[in-house]
Design a protein around this ligand. Sequence first.
Ligand code: XMP
Length: 515
Amino acid sequence: MQSSVWIIDFGSQYTQLITRKFRELGFTSEIMTVEDGLEKLKTQKPKALVLSGGPQSVFEDKTDYAPFLDQEDLPIMGVCYGMQILGQFYGGKVEKGIQGEYGLAKIKTVNGFKIDGCPSETDVWMSHSDHVSVLPKDFKLVIQSENGLVAGILHEKRPILGIQFHPEVHHTIHGKEILSYFLNSIARLKADWSSKTMLDSSLETVKEVKGKKVLCAFSGGVDSLVAATLTHKVIGSDMHCFFVDNGLLRPQDLHTIKLLQDKTDLNIEIIDAKDLFLNALAGQKDPEQKRKTIGKTFIDVFEAKVHEYEKNHGIKFDYLLQGTLYPDVIESISPHKKGGKSVTIKSHHNVGGLPERMHLKLLEPLRFLFKDEVRQMGMELGLKRDWVYRHPFPGPGIGVRVLGELTVDHIRKVQESDQILFEELKENNLYDSTWQAFTVLLPVKTVGVKGDGRVFEEVIALRMVNSQDGMTASVTELPWSFLNKVSSRICNEVKGITRVVYDITSKPPGTIEWE
Ligand code: XMP
């Protein structure tokens, strides 16, 4: 989606929140690197420009910002590092900070500056060490931090605002009012984002493949479900959904898939590959090896099915439908990702290897949406709330929730305990109070007493976390009575389990999954 508000991303972890907040205010925006922005500027002109925060220092930045900043009438907002760029470019002074300001801070508006809906003193989120120490020419100080530092500058004649703190972060209580002030009062833009535009532009993407055959690697999760429903609306039976039953699913997953097969018009084929996966994984204990085997087997199963369609039904697929979301797109264009190397914590299982192997083009109608927008779209498309608000479930499924070797008995223990947890969360109306909830089988045995006898059996760990996007997570605090009930049911109903523990580790340092 092309937008007339350009956000130049300098690598702040919060950049995508600017887009999110802009959308909540009814405006689209497009995130890009400074190189891409400068290139694009040769043929197009934005209606407004945002310079994001970033971890670097203006003292090392050799970029020539003149093509952007010399445009007299272009509305510009610099956030954090972006404000320091403004400070330096327009002739002020930026100083290296000795201490910096990090976390919650208080600011006050000065020199008669007022923003609708924002009191003159308020709490904001700061994260900087360098700061503007001398105002650039023609700018006035409009916001000051409690430490007496420059926290906001406004050009006297041109539509330019600099903000040292992060209005996009939710800890900045009146951040939305500040962003709205920029969009409405400084840039004077017309709102252009609504759930209707969101649906229309996603449908447009699908319309481009009308008449082609589309294959969907269907997982039953919200992203693939909404992407498939949307695509089906446009191309109907030209889309085929393949769901691979790898034997590592929870009862609730199969239940949902069968419901979707029954209750929607989607053409979903369930491929039973349980034995294939179990054989491929036999004897494997190492988490990375297991992840890779699951990923490879998935691709093998898929490829075989695609060939079968070609041979038996004369259907040759042109496109692979993927539920890629905007955070993945931003991640792949992030300045860090482009040049830098990131450490692999886990080899994520996804369908990434499929398109090249099978010469499929990608169809990604959700690539400009955030998860909550996908859910909203799912509801608008008439899908049931329970389907759209399911917790995330990883591709390798129970494969990474049995620590160590996967056997039929180990898988059963996780399936049965997970089902108890799921039933109790639903029964007690707690399903929506946690972002993800599951059980893990630990490869240890402990002594217990059942009836009058000694037992020596395995342990189930409960993992329930709150998170926004899975990048960080905190432990969900659930009532003891609930935890007691779940523990008691698991020990009583799942054969071979005598002990239940509750994982109280945040991410970082623990990851959400145990493997
Ligand atoms: P971690 O364990 O990395 O998990 O903290 C973060 C989120 O990602 C999910 N996850 C996966 N999702 N394929 C997926 O589709 C995978 O291989 C995978 N591994 C972890 C995890 O469930 C959590 O929501």
